[in-house]
Design a protein around this ligand. Structure first.
Ligand code: DOR
Ligand code: ZN
Length: 336
């Protein structure tokens, strides 16, 4: 049986820069129609000039592939209305990182007092610019996302016209919060739909599955699977595919990030079919929900998959993908 996916979108993607960009951008651009590009470069993308030149480098790196990079800016609480009005048409959203919480986030927010954030968030709300958030506190690692939920809820209630995307949710608490506020949405990764902390650290430590937020408990994975498999309109696929060179992953100070972009569609297809969901729901999760949430109309691209073993490569240049050298059940057999 052939499965056709129309215009797949990855609404949370790290493409990096320079050589890494050249390695990973074509891999996403081949099988996705477009992706929301994270701004956590060094230094982070905070100016129009940096944003447009990064976009040019991405377009350069994707070569002949038809692919739209949806750009984001790194949140700063001093962005003025005029600055945002001027950059609005070049961005799909603004990404907020708590300071120091993950890779290249040192310039993020260290004070979540609403009054400190008010003027920028009000401007974003008036200009209809979505706010994407990495929602983790600096508490105990398994509780970080849960501890951030009250901040999500305070922001959602204080700015009811602001679209807030809870990025890469990993917990049952986040799924529940999402259902309480009409302006909260979420991305979910393929790795958080498939693994728990047991896969990361329950046996031999697997650095290639180490990421932020860390994979959680079985009941959390179940809650994520429920909303993804039913294609709940508040959730969409965002891989958070986050490449790091092999030496940075297989290290005493392992960098956080799972590299999944070349196998994401195959794994999602397998997940939806094995759990008796439908291709129609997969189509919503991988594309239509994101189009509705972000109000975008990417160019069409159809990916055909088939149940046929695919041996995941050992590496893509110096980046080790999730499930490297293992066999997965579905293969991409056509791209049009
Ligand atoms: O695991 C992660 N890696 N989580 C993030 O939030 C950032 C990302 C990265 O940039 O490497
Ligand atoms: Zn990310």
């Amino acid at each position: 049986m052939q499965i056709k996916l129309d215009t797949p979108l990855d609404m949370h993607l790290h493409l990096r820069d320079e050589d890494m960009l050249k390695t990973v951008a074509p891999l996403s651009a081949k099988s996705f129609s477009g992706a929301l590009i994270m701004p956590n470069l060094v230094p982070p993308v905070t100016t129009k000039e940096a944003l447009l030149s990064y976009k040019d480098r991405i377009i350069d790196a994707i070569g002949d592939n038809e692919f739209t990079p949806y750009m984001t800016l790194f949140f700063k609480n001093n962005y003025s209305y005029e600055f945002l009005e001027d950059i609005k048409d070049d961005i799909i959203g603004i990404k907020l990182y708590p300071a120091g919480i993950t890779t290249n986030s040192d310039g993020g927010v260290d004070n979540f007092d609403i009054e400190t954030l008010r003027s920028t968030l009000e401007a974003m709300s008036r200009l209809d610019i979505p706010l994407c958030i990495h929602g983790e506190s600096d508490g105990f690692v398994m509780d970080r996302e849960k501890e951030f939920v009250p901040i999500y809820e305070e922001l959602a209630s204080s700015f009811p016209n602001l679209k807030i995307i809870m990025e890469h949710i990993t917990t049952k608490d986040s799924v529940e919060a999402l259902e309480r506020h009409s302006n909260l949405y979420a991305t979910i990764t393929i790795h958080h739909l498939l693994i728990t902390l047991d896969d990361v650290a329950g046996g031999m430590l697997n650095p290639h599955l180490f990421c932020k937020p860390i994979a959680k408990r079985y009941e959390d994975r179940e809650a994520l699977q429920r909303v993804a498999l039913e294609a709940n309109p508040k959730v969409m696929f965002g891989s958070d595919s986050a490449p790091h060179p092999q030496h940075a992953k297989e290290s005493s100070h392992c960098s956080a990030g799972v590299f999944t972009s070349p196998i994401a569609l195959q794994l999602l297809t397998q997940l939806f079919i094995d759990n008796n969901s439908s291709i129609e729901n997969l189509q919503k999760f991988i594309s239509s929900n994101a189009k509705d949430i972000y109000n975008i109309s990417p160019k069409s691209k159809v990916i055909t998959l088939e149940k046929k073993p695919f041996i995941v490569p050992n590496s893509y240049d110096n980046v080790i993908p999730m499930y490297a050298s293992q066999t997965i059940d579905y293969s991409i057999i056509g791209i049009k």
